[in-house]
Design a protein around this ligand. Sequence first.
Ligand SMILES: Nc1ncnc2c1ncn2[C@@H]1O[C@H](COP(=O)(O)OP(=O)(O)O)[C@@H](O)[C@H]1O
Ligand code: SF4
Ligand SMILES: [Mg+2]
Length: 329
Amino acid sequence: MTSALAIDALTVSFPGPYGRVRVIEDVSLSIGRGEIVGLVGESGSGKSVTALAAMRLLSTTARVDAGSVHVGERNLATLSKTELLRLRGSEIAMIFQEPMTSLNPLFRAGFQIGETLEAHLGLSRAQARGRAIELMRAVGITDPERRVDDYPHQLSGGMRQRVMIAMAMACGPRVLIADEPTTALDVTIQAQILALVRRLRDDTGMGVLLITHDLGVVAGMANRVVVMYAGLVMEEAPVRTLFAAPLHPYTRLLLKSIPRIGAKAQRLHQIAGTTPPPSRFPVGCRFHPRCPDAIDQCRTELPPLETQADGRRVRCWRARETGLVSMRP
Ligand SMILES: Nc1ncnc2c1ncn2[C@@H]1O[C@H](COP(=O)(O)OP(=O)(O)O)[C@@H](O)[C@H]1O
Ligand code: SF4
Ligand SMILES: [Mg+2]
């Protein structure tokens, strides 16, 4: 079956002080209909660049050096500007961490939701307003008949995120990319927004790419998880398997840094060191300077991303050495 979204061997570079720098490399992931895929990794690992490349929304200095993106059957590279504009919103939509970057402060919330409907579905202004109210109700905004005329600054952070989700959902996309959608929100609102995304997935069958630096966020949400570090996919597995038996040392350390609900005050495990900038990715395994399990080979040779018999993928020499990885892609 065709995936709702298929990113295949995508490599993206930006200009750096000494020539172009690859910020993501050979990134592949796919999302099936009705599936929620978590894309996880520390800040700077290349999650947003991957998402923006999937939307063809990268800045003009970015270059896609290799790979492809398909939304359903369509290869984005073959689409004209007009076709791309039509695709965005109607087939694939994105929401961001800070709704104010996407909402226009000068226009009323309902108008901004309705604008998409006028543009994509050809609804009249009055019809679009009516549908905007319905959508606002569907995303849990109380009293939408009144809220429809509010300006973004009159809404709370959680409400603004709901308005953005309503805008994204307006034309019934096949795929929703949510880039850190709850990072700026407090824990209660975060849980509400995640429950909303899950419900919309259940109702519409859309696929969701849920991007977060926090593995805890994907725990109850995702079907599958893709872990990125320093521009590379390091591990991919069904969510339960990943939590029960992570193969990659980086995944294991990320799991240790999740706060446990109900646990007494505890010191969170921090992964020593920081993610290197793309101009200074180390040779060999890019995680080796921070890896507690590194061996000599890790310092010189980049491990390939290998696929196991059960479809799990992992990029680590040690996972291979222990016989956990049995099959090449
Ligand atoms: N427009 C850009 N120009 C140059 N480098 C960029 C640009 N956008 C992102 N990067 C770099 O690409 C890397 C990955 O960034 P990003 O995808 O935003 O990380 P994440 O979303 O995982 O935190 C970072 O090192 C970032 O500095
Ligand atoms: S390849 Fe080596 S350095 Fe990289 S994660 Fe595996 S053990 Fe650690
Ligand atoms: Mg990001």
